[in-house]
Design a protein around this ligand. Structure first.
Ligand SMILES: [Zn+2]
Length: 266
């Protein structure tokens, strides 16, 4: 006789509306293997997601170690590729998972690459790559985009025909587009400081990103309970932007109007 304590996922299966099968069957894309990518991957693996593709062409440096749970000081010494370290640690800690590591820029992957995923997580540190992902994923796969700077975090969910990331861009953001932010120190415009980044904000934002994925996934599954469907319909972040401020301990949600002249779908 097996005890409930022998099932890794027993406690989460007790959550109303939980659908472990849907989670284990899902195909998930994580774009960016930095702080948010580490944390999103950790949560997906702990929850039992199995088919995960990670894209990033960057190498590990010491300054990554304060907020990237899967990277080691040896990785920073050797300059290990971020995606290789994630695949290695996923295999060691969660052997049932099938992690595909792609050491590429997201801009190098064709449109057909996005076919067949249930969700894409934007875990990027620069606006150019974010907008590329937004444009290519739109209409193909829901995008859950996260970002942090110091004590501030943001989560935005795009699921066509909703507004997209580009709909919500102010003119100021187009100027920032040309400034390359990076947590490695490479290719940084010398006029711009490195982005301030905290592991605490990273955990909160990554947690909210993965929760939005669970709501989307579970509410689409057969037999989803009424309260799960209501939460997904009335309180989802699709077409919205959540701004989290840890100092004020508040999270505000803004509706993003769909822009008729948006280059992605206008
Ligand atoms: Zn748009």
């Amino acid at each position: 006789m097996t005890s409930v304590d022998d099932d890794v996922f027993d406690r989460q299966k007790r959550v109303r509306g939980w659908n472990q099968d849907a989670l284990e069957r899902s195909r998930v894309l994580v774009v960016g293997a930095g702080a948010l990518g580490n944390e999103v991957l950790k949560l997906l693996l702990q929850l039992g997601a199995r088919k995960i593709t990670i894209v990033d062409n960057d190498s590990i440096v010491k300054a990554n170690l304060n907020r990237c749970v899967f990277f080691t000081p040896e990785d920073a010494e050797r300059g290990t590729l971020k995606v290789d370290a994630l695949k290695r640690e996923a295999k060691r800690l969660f052997p049932q998972a099938d992690v595909l590591a792609l050491p590429k820029l997201i801009e190098q992957l064709p449109e057909s690459f996005y076919d067949g995923f249930d969700c894409a997580f934007g875990c990027l540190d620069n606006l150019g790559a974010r907008l590329h992902l937004n444009a290519f994923a739109y209409g193909k796969v829901p995008l859950i985009d996260g970002g942090t700077t110091g004590f501030l975090g943001k989560v935005q969910v795009v699921d066509a025909p909703s507004a997209c990331l580009e709909c919500g861009l102010a003119k100021r953001d187009y100027k920032l587009l040309w400034l390359k932010y990076s947590c490695t120190g490479d290719e940084i415009d010398w006029l711009n400081p490195k982005m301030p980044a905290l592991p605490t904000t990273t955990s909160v934002v990554a947690g909210m990103q993965v929760e939005e994925f669970l709501k989307l996934l579970f509410s689409q599954a057969e037999g989803a309970p009424k309260d799960m469907l209501e939460a997904a319909a009335e309180h989802s972040l699709v077409g919205k932007y959540l701004l989290y401020d840890a100092l004020r301990r508040e999270a505000r949600v803004f509706e993003i109007p769909k822009r008729k002249t948006c280059p992605v779908h206008g």
